[in-house]
Design a protein around this ligand. Structure first.
Ligand code: NAD
Length: 458
């Protein structure tokens, strides 16, 4: 938001928050008309600049897939805005009265987003913040600078600049923002920074939503449609930015007998999709930066996984590309089995029984998503009842986040709070309890003197 030669420091952050507080205090952002007009502008921004948005993602990393704000997301808010007041029942203790839950905007909120779906991860929470009637500051990721500056430019052009702002920058700028008192901080990214955000928020007792990651397991039962399973695993791993997605398949868990069949099928389909030299495939995203490339190389070069690669393993450092790579039974204490992979490496863990392995996942940090491929109804029920994760998906990967009627968020190490659709509205809303009393029915039992008979009534 500031010209390039201006430093965005603590003072600038304070001035910005004060300005937005001034706007919020006028109640402008609370009106239905303001919210709808801003949401329409956001939708127009996305429609008018679709190509620019795609191009900006490609500048961050060639072949990075850019997903757009879904018009469904917007439509969803139309319906919840029309239903601002939820009438609730009154209790006999307050008779006669009526009551409602009044959804109140929290105030001035901060959205900090990540680079891997730079447009979607920035604007989806902003839609929720605006729909709920807040003033909002967005801080996109510096790792996707082209999208960050495009967002700063377009938000400046399309949105009400007295209430919706973009601040570009990296750690110093984010730190300056985090020093301020916000009414909510919505952060997407890794857990290490999530802890920094939470600590900063604690100073002001600011509520926080943390959209983090984790090691999303994929259980594959032998009673499955092998071809569809294989294709969907490929789409949900290498098709999602070459594994650089929070809901991407981190590792597969399958039975010892079935693993060879699954690996063979994966090899066949991978070749169909990416050819016999996948490093040259335009459909395979590059690794976003040399730092992330080095991180993935470290996982691959770990002595503990020597001899475990059963497919792929090729790398091209100059173009930051790593081919789809499958490992079989990497040791439990190897790096790859202990860090979120966030890249094209896919370890397969074999077990005797899939059902028994649910506990194995539950004994680790809770993932953002867990997946199961099976035709077995009982196994599906067991999975839903027993596996703890931000969300579950049966017979596919990642698609649960495309349903705006489902909350999207983590649990435990994968985060706190959820959004998408009505849940985004809720995450930026305080549900204010309001009770309306009339002057009638002024029972004397509540007034002194408190005789034993009155106390029994109270
Ligand atoms: P990133 O590097 O873009 O960082 C995210 C944000 O944190 C950026 O805006 C950055 O400026 C800020 N940041 C970085 N260091 C900071 C610091 N020291 N202090 C304050 N702010 C700081 O993204 P990332 O963390 O590499 O993203 C990948 C991680 O995010 C993965 O773990 C992935 O699973 C997770 N993720 C989660 C979701 C979700 O919706 N749950 C979506 C995408 C990514």
């Amino acid at each position: 938001m500031a010209p390039e030669d201006e430093v965005f420091d603590t003072q600038a952050a304070r001035t910005l928050v004060n300005q937005l507080r001034g706007t919020f205090s006028t109640c402008k952002t609370k009106s239905y008309e303001w919210r709808i007009s801003q949401l329409k502008n956001l939708l127009k921004l996305a429609n008018d600049h679709e190509q620019d948005i795609i191009d900006s993602s490609y500048l961050t990393s060639p072949n990075l897939h850019s997903k757009h704000m879904s018009p469904r997301s917007f439509l969803c808010f139309r319906s919840c805005l029309a239903d601002l007041l939820d009438k609730v029942k009154t209790s006999i203790t307050t008779f006669p009265s009526s009551a409602e839950v009044f959804p109140e905007p929290l105030g001035v909120v901060l959205v900090i987003s990540a680079w891997n779906y730079p447009f979607l991860l920035s604007l989806d929470p902003v839609i929720g913040a605006i729909a709920a009637g807040n003033a909002v500051v967005l801080k996109p990721s510096e790792i996707s600078p082209a999208t960050s500056s495009l967002l700063a430019k377009l938000v400046g052009e399309y949105m009400d600049s007295s209430a919706v702002k973009v601040v570009e920058g990296a750690v110093p700028e984010t730190s300056a923002l985090l020093e301020q008192k916000w009414d909510k901080i919505f952060y997407t990214g890794n857990g290490k920074v999530g802890r920094i955000v939470l600590a900063a928020a604690a100073k002001h007792l600011t509520p926080v939503a943390l959209e983090l990651g984790g090691k999303c397991p994929v259980f594959v039962d032998s009673n499955t449609n092998l071809k569809v399973t294989t294709r969907r695993i490929i789409a949900g791993k290498w098709g999602l930015n070459n594994g650089q997605a929070c809901v991407s398949a981190d590792h597969i868990i399958t039975t010892k007998d079935f693993a060879p069949k699954l690996i063979d099928a994966l090899k066949v389909e991978l070749e169909k999709f990416y050819g016999n030299d996948p490093l040259k495939s335009e459909d395979l995203s590059c690794i976003v930066s040399s730092n992330h490339f080095a991180r993935l190389e470290k996982l691959l070069d770990d002595d503990k996984i020597s001899g475990k690669i059963v497919h792929g393993g090729q790398r091209d450092q100059n173009h930051l590309k790593i081919s789809p790579t499958i490992l079989l039974d990497a040791p439990e204490d190897s790096l790859i089995m202990n860090e979120e992979i966030f890249g094209p490496l896919l370890p397969i863990v074999t077990v005797d029984s899939l059902e028994d392995s649910f506990n194995m996942v539950n004994s680790k940090e809770k993932p953002l998503a867990a997946y199961l491929f099976t035709n077995d109804k009982k196994l599906k029920e067991e999975f839903v009842r027993n596996v703890s994760a931000g969300g579950l998906l049966i017979n596919d990967i990642a698609l649960h986040l495309a349903n705006p009627y489902l909350p999207f968020g983590g649990v435990g190490e994968s985060g706190m709070g959820a959004y998408h659709g009505k849940f985004s509205f809720d995450t930026f809303t305080h549900k204010k309890a309001v009770l309306y009393r009339s002057f009638a029915g002024d029972a004397s039992a509540r007034y002194p003197p408190y005789t034993p008979a009155k106390l029994r009534l109270l």
